[in-house]
Design a protein around this ligand. Structure first.
Ligand code: MIG
Length: 630
């Protein structure tokens, strides 16, 4: 059952697709209003109660013992003491109750941080909707919530293939080379990514003709090879005379403004940009239409980046900083002054004063960006998604985004942003998978191998062995880092073994994904959802249930040949490697299982079978009807 309470006059977020009459807030339990207009509510937690939710966020499956912040943030250091990542997924489950706070500004979720046994949720402003969802079990609450917020995005079938990315493949030759190398190594591949350098000086919907002179030709050549090129699109539109996208946006007043009515000007990759006001339907329609430039060339997939929005500096902020620096010029800077100067510049990026100076038009009124911050990226995804659906129909175009808010899951998937080539980030992505699934984001995955810093062969292999199961299976890494494509290390055979397993599993993974999307279900679940009375299953943070049949348990540490795994019931331990399958029945309980670097571990429940098809070099060559069952 779902109950809705409305406080003040909330901005329309379109997170919810069901019309539910709002009840009087007076009847709302645990609530407290502070004098400064915040809204706080709190409840106690029993000793072994679990709190799930918050989607893409730091820390565990169980969110207890930390404080989180809903504020879409471009933060490339996903350490465990962070409070926010790129998304604001304001849905929590505790006991028999789900809470969704439809409020697109800041919320602080103190989940046993101040007091270990208390949850204190602070909503920073007076206008929001709260939905309380009751159910017998967490999964039932999830299904109700997902019904409330609408069906998850389903990508094209080929988006389940293996995808290779890097910032950047700088020219057409580099792109061709990647495919050649994969083909020569007989490692399957479906997508190659184009990061910001394919554009002409980072201008959205342009092509750098020096490095990609024959772009159209390249796209069709790739199409013949069944390879999809996936270009990036950034939120900001470069300010430049004669650049049609900017000129039209400016003339039609489609960019976000400051309080004095002038366009807000911030610096990102291209230099100064305008930020389309995606909250306005006519701006979404306009921006969506721009993708046609690339779809006309045969492009059928995109990733939307920098849409928190990330702002390196504002013109105003930079002026101030330079002025401060000027004042200090020639002085003998003591410690305090030096660090002051340093901070003046480092605080230029994603600065709260800048955000506060931006306005949007929402529901026909002018609202401060601060009140709607978390809707920005979501509406960029929606702009693209609405255009794709109108123009090409459903399930035709791949779309995923960095920033998101609940509701955007109907228009695209997400990736988990700029992680590191750290062992701990294998598990972080595993944990985010389930919480993102709860919130409706089914098509998701992390940068396999890690984005920032240098990876080692074993890390990439272990990361990929988890990625074999994530709907988005993309290897991506940052500028200046060591190459981490599947052919970049000593044991190319091991990489082939792992990626081939993905292709053998695609019919099963795709069906499981589809079913989850169509029935508002989860593809991955915490073990505690399925075995609520089993103490070890309840505490398990390193394994997940997959579909109705399987459990996954990746190896996540270096220099180990396996891991301890907990079986909440008798299962068959399966090791998949290329065309090889090793099976071993294991009984309920704890086991140490050995897993080679070229193997993918999987556990199949008693009485269940899963289909495996023949592997192929492309998803287009798979024969999903011809399967064998294990
Ligand atoms: O400030 O486009 O998360 O995947 O490679 C970095 C360059 C901008 C951030 C994305 C990352 C991408 C990178 N972008």
């Amino acid at each position: 059952m779902i109950r809705k309470y409305t406080m003040g006059s909330p901005v329309t977020t379109d997170a919810v697709v069901m019309d539910i009459p709002a009840e009087n807030m007076e009847g709302y339990p645990f609530a407290n209003r502070t004098e400064d207009g915040k809204f706080i509510f709190s409840f106690a937690l029993g000793d072994d109660e679990i709190v799930y939710g918050l989607g893409e966020a730091p820390r565990g499956i169980n969110k207890r013992g930390w404080i989180y912040r809903s504020w879409c943030s471009d933060d490339p250091f996903h350490t465990e003491t962070k409070q926010a990542l790129y998304a604001a997924h304001n849905f929590l489950i505790h006991g028999t109750c789900g809470i969704f706070i439809d409020y697109p500004s800041e919320i602080i979720w103190d989940i046993g941080y101040t007091h270990p046994d208390e949850v204190i949720i602070t909503i920073e402003g007076p206008d929001f909707d709260i939905y309380l969802i009751s159910g017998d079990s967490p999964i039932q609450i999830v299904r109700e919530f997902r019904g409330l917020t609408g069906q998850a995005y389903i990508p094209p079938f080929w988006a389940f293939g293996y995808q290779q990315s890097r910032w950047s493949y700088h020219n057409a030759e580099a792109v061709r080379n990647i495919i050649r190398k994969y083909d020569e190594a007989s490692i399957p591949l479906d997508c190659v990514y184009l990061d910001i350098d394919y554009m002409e000086r980072f201008k959205n919907f342009t092509i750098n003709r020096e490095t990609f002179p024959d772009f159209e030709q390249l796209v069709s050549e790739m199409k013949e090879k069944n390879i999809h090129l996936i270009p990036i699109i950034d939120a900001g539109v470069k300010k430049e005379e004669g650049y049609p996208v900017y000129e039209e946006g400016k003339e039609k007043r489609y960019f976000c403004r400051t309080e004095d009515g002038s366009d807000f000007e911030g610096g990102v990759w291209p230099g100064i940009v305008g930020f389309p006001d995606f909250l306005r339907p006519e701006v979404r329609a306009w921006f969506g239409e721009q993708y046609r430039f690339l779809t006309d060339m045969g492009i059928d997939g995109f990733w939307n980046d920098m849409n928190e929005p990330a702002i390196f500096y504002s013109v105003r902020g930079l002026e101030n900083a330079l002025e401060e620096a000027g004042k200090l010029r020639g002085q003998n800077l003591d410690l305090g002054k030096f660090f002051y100067l340093k901070n003046v510049f480092s605080e230029l990026s994603n600065n709260m004063e800048d955000y506060a100076s931006i306005t949007h038009e929402a529901d026909g009124r002018t609202v401060s960006h601060m009140a709607v911050h978390n809707l920005y990226g979501a509406n960029m995804t929606r702009a693209a998604g609405e255009f794709f659906e109108k123009e090409f129909g459903r399930e035709k175009i791949l779309m995923f985004s960095r920033a998101s808010y609940i509701g955007a899951h109907r228009y695209g998937g997400i990736w988990f942003g700029d992680n590191h080539s750290w062992w701990s980030h294998i598990l972080l992505s595993l944990k985010m998978l389930v919480n993102a699934n709860m919130c409706g984001f089914l098509y998701c995955g992390a940068d396999l191998g890690g984005f920032n810093e240098n990876a080692t062969e074993d890390l990439v292999l272990r990361f990929l062995a988890l990625g074999v199961f994530t709907p988005l299976m993309r290897n991506h890494s940052a500028m200046g880092t060591r190459d981490q494509e599947c052919f970049s290390f000593d044991h190319t055979d091991a990489f082939r073994d792992v990626v081939l397993v993905r292709y053998r599993l695609i019919p099963y993974l795709y069906d499981t994904f589809r079913k989850a999307a169509e029935t508002n279900d989860m593809m991955f679940r915490p073990l505690s959802f399925d075995y609520p009375d089993d103490p070890l299953a309840r505490e398990c943070e390193t394994q997940l249930m997959l579909g109705e049949e399987c459990m996954i348990a990746p190896v996540y540490e270096q220099n180990v040949r396996g891991r301890t795994v907990y079986l909440p019931e008798d299962m068959t331990f399966v090791k998949l490697s290329g065309e090889h399958i090793v099976k071993e029945p294991l009984s309920k309980g704890l086991h140490y299982v050995r897993v080679g670097l070229n193997e993918v571990p999987l556990f199949i429940k008693k009485g269940k079978t899963i289909p495996l098809c023949q592997s192929a070099m492309r998803t287009a060559q798979l024969k999903p009807e011809q399967v064998t069952w294990i």
